[in-house]
Write a protein that binds this ligand. Structure first.
Ligand code: EPZ
Length: 424
């Protein structure tokens, strides 16, 4: 078990480059199921969820190696079509193997992902879409079992723009017989990259990034050869690290186009945001102005940035309202921030944040990936020492975030933590 120790109060300075996007890497790795041959995926972040995905691919019979951010996956043809509970329970996104397995092999047995800390996370839309494409889907003993001789193209209207649901169905339809359309599709940049890579593999997909994605099924796909985009959520997290500490940081290579909703809110809060061909430059200030946010599907304000933005608003000169409309339980960072002196009142899906002048370092507990990031950000600016326990949550989605922050001047390091409940 590890913990992160932070001595707050340093204004971050310098430049930093975000790693590859976790939420683009995971579906792209699953796309290797769709085609035999030697796939190559570059700029993959070395984070726990990527390693879990590679383990799942190996269970299916794909030979996967990862070195210095490059994943080589040799798919000789699968030996298994099952994503077992022991893997899926650690990472819900394993469900994204469902579409490619049914699309390419006509069969899949995937453990139903349980809920997770932030919500129930159902997959009814994934299943509805696969049934529309002609798959027979049943739930037996905690597993989703899907089969089809060959999927047939169909028009799918999603009840909501689910990200992994759109990815699953895009991959399933890529090898279906005939045309498909996914309406009310998710529009995230990771969806656009997924479509680009599938097309590079030989698929015929148009409209990714809009609410309607059209897919003309083909009979065979070739190996992927691609480079993962920068992680826009890590970029956003680092932008807030610069803002909250009153620093001056260049996010090298970052693209403002993927961050419009966040940038707009940072500017509203008084943060100076500049964009050049080198990336995005952030100049923070002592205390931000209060800003209300409501999380929405892309291109709205991303739910994955809600906890981090709340850390910034905790120090605002006034009261801000933070509404979480995507997940039903994504405020677990609130109690921990309050241990550091934050003044936050929860009212259902809303958090009323009354800004305070300063935070004080404390021992706090990470509860989920983005909550962990929020506590790191608060620790950077709190007076004294903050100790963050259960940092394995952070390591699921950030590659060496503490090292990146140290490079910008933060007094942050890891150390061994006594297992919880031990005395002395
Ligand atoms: C993806 O999760 C991301 N994960 C999440 O990032 C992100 O928070 C989320 O999209 C929203 O942007 C990956 O890409 C691996 P959804 P996903 O399906 O696809 C409901 C992080 O921190 N829903 O878009 O699981 C669902 O309950 C993670 O990096 C259904 O009701 O999210 C939620 O309320 C956390 N039925 C909403 O839709 C379904 O069949 C959005 O979920 C599917 C989803």
């Amino acid at each position: 078990m590890q913990k992160i120790l932070i001595e707050g109060g340093v204004a971050l300075k310098g430049e930093v480059k975000a790693s590859g996007a976790k939420n683009s890497s995971l579906p792209l790795l699953m796309a290797t199921i769709l085609a035999t041959g030697e796939h190559c995926i570059r700029n993959v972040p070395n984070v726990v969820d990527v390693r879990t995905t590679c383990s799942l691919l190996r269970r299916l019979g794909i030979e996967v190696t990862m070195s210095r951010g490059v994943v080589r996956a040799n798919n000789p043809g699968l030996e298994s079509y099952e994503a077992p509970y022991d893997l899926v329970k650690t990472m819900r996104a394993s469900v994204v193997c469902l579409g490619p397995l049914v699309g390419r092999y006509g069969r899949a047995r995937v453990s139903m992902p349980g809920g997770c800390a932030i919500g129930a996370r159902p997959i009814d839309q994934h299943i509805k879409g696969l049934e529309k494409l002609g798959a027979k889907v049943s739930l037996n003993h905690g597993y989703v079992e899907a089969s089809a001789r060959r999927l047939t193209g169909a028009k799918i209207v999603l009840d909501l723009p689910t990200v992994t649901g759109t990815e699953n169905l895009m991959m399933a339809a890529a090898l279906a017989k005939g045309e498909s359309e996914i309406r009310n599709a998710a529009r995230e940049p990771e969806i656009v990259q997924m479509a680009e890579v599938l097309n590079q593999m030989g698929a015929r997909i148009q409209g990714a990034g809009s609410e309607s994605i059209k897919i003309e099924g083909v009979t065979q796909l070739g190996p992927a050869d691609c480079t993962v985009m920068a992680d826009r959520i890590e970029v956003g997290t680092l932008m807030i690290a610069a803002a909250i500490t009153g620093g001056d940081v260049l996010l090298r290579g970052a693209r403002a186009a993927h961050q419009t909703a966040l940038i707009e809110k940072l500017i509203e809060a008084g943060v100076v945001v500049g964009e050049s061909e080198h990336g995005i430059r952030i100049k923070g200030l002592a205390r931000p102005k209060p800003v209300d946010i409501t999380t929405q599907p892309y291109p709205g304000f991303p739910t994955d940035m809600q906890a981090q933005f709340m850390a910034l608003m905790v120090l605002a000169k006034g009261t801000s309202i933070i509404s979480e409309h995507i997940f039903e339980n994504r405020f677990m960072h609130v109690q921990e921030l309050k241990r550091m002196g934050a003044r936050i009142k929860l009212e259902g899906a809303r958090a009323v944040v009354r800004g305070v002048k300063k935070l004080s370092g404390a021992e706090v507990m990470a509860t989920d990936l983005r909550a962990s990031a929020s506590l790191v950000l608060a620790g950077l600016v709190a007076g004294g020492r903050t100790e963050i326990y259960r940092v394995y949550h952070l390591d699921r989605g950030y590659q060496k975030l503490d090292k990146k922050l140290r490079k910008l001047g933060a007094r942050i390091r890891r150390s061994k933590a006594r297992p919880p409940g031990t005395i002395g």
